[in-house]
Design a protein around this ligand. Structure first.
Ligand SMILES: O=C(O)CCCC[C@@H]1SC[C@@H]2NC(=O)N[C@@H]21
Length: 257
């Protein structure tokens, strides 16, 4: 009989709005609709999504009982700085997982922003932004977490990591509404730290949980593939790989182990 986490979950971070929906096409699309009229920051949560999307235009399969939400922000600063929010969100996810499951074992963060549990993918983040040049406009951070069910391996690419769920790996059943509050609180704390002290404490916190650091990994960009030792994540959030061609700093790629 699986365990059941019953957090009373009555806490919500000050200054963050929230919209809870039973069903939506995608919380990212809802964020785009809300953006012109929304007071930000605004969290948009949905129990069901009919056309959820993942990175690189892939579909995101969302069995009921899993978690889906998008945080809509209007961050100050250039897009490169705004994009560092993906590290804030993945670290917040890590902390939320520890809080709801009571365990840290098997959890790891995969660059740029997946969360792994026992080597499988348990959560993903998709960033979308508006704006031009050095102006960010709106930033939407879409978060999907396999709380109770992972999509079948046939739903993901052959080279992708196996999808897993919190329930399958830990026998802990977490309600999406509970996870929502826990995640929102961790994000708000880390965002405050980011605004006060910059990216460095977030980078250090993220690296402490990085998957495969010090090991040889492969990064595939839209044009090229690089293999090398995963040495670091730099102050811009880039992946630092040491390979036969020297040290590479990679801004965007898919990573394979
Ligand atoms: O490919 C990934 O790893 C990113 C997955 C992001 C999925 C979430 S679910 C909530 C939000 N709405 C979407 O349509 N996608 C994101």
């Amino acid at each position: 009989m699986p365990g059941y986490m019953s957090l009373t979950g009555d806490s919500w971070p000050e200054g963050y709005g929230r919209l809870q929906l039973n069903e939506v096409d995608s919380t990212l699309d809802e964020a785009a609709r809300q953006a012109p009229k929304a007071a930000t920051p605004l969290w948009i949560f949905a129990r069901r999504q009919t056309t959820a999307r993942g990175r690189r235009g892939r579909p995101w399969s969302m069995p009921e009982g899993n978690f889906a939400a998008t945080l809509l922000l209007r961050p100050a600063g250039p897009p490169t700085q705004a994009a560092l929010r993906s590290f804030i969100m993945s670290l917040a996810l890590y902390r939320a997982f520890v809080e709801v499951t009571g365990r840290e074992k098997g959890l790891a963060l995969k660059w740029p922003n997946d969360v792994l549990l026992n080597g499988g993918k348990v959560a993903g983040i998709l960033l979308e932004s508006t704006g031009a040049g050095q102006q960010t406009g709106f930033l939407s951070i879409g978060v999907g977490v396999n709380l109770v069910a992972a999509p079948p391996a046939s739903d993901v690419e052959a080279t992708a990591l196996k999808p897993v769920s919190i329930l399958s790996e830990t026998s802990v059943r977490v309600l999406p509404e509970t996870f929502f509050e826990v995640l929102a609180c961790h994000f708000a704390n880390l965002e405050q730290q980011f605004q006060q002290y910059g990216f460095e404490p977030i980078r250090t916190g993220w690296l402490a949980h990085a998957a495969r650091i010090g090991e040889v990994i492969t990064a595939r960009t839209t044009r090229e593939e690089y293999s090398g030792t995963f040495e670091d994540v730099d102050a811009e959030g880039h992946l630092v790989l040491r390979g036969p061609r020297g040290v590479m700093s990679i801004a965007a790629a898919d990573v394979y182990f």
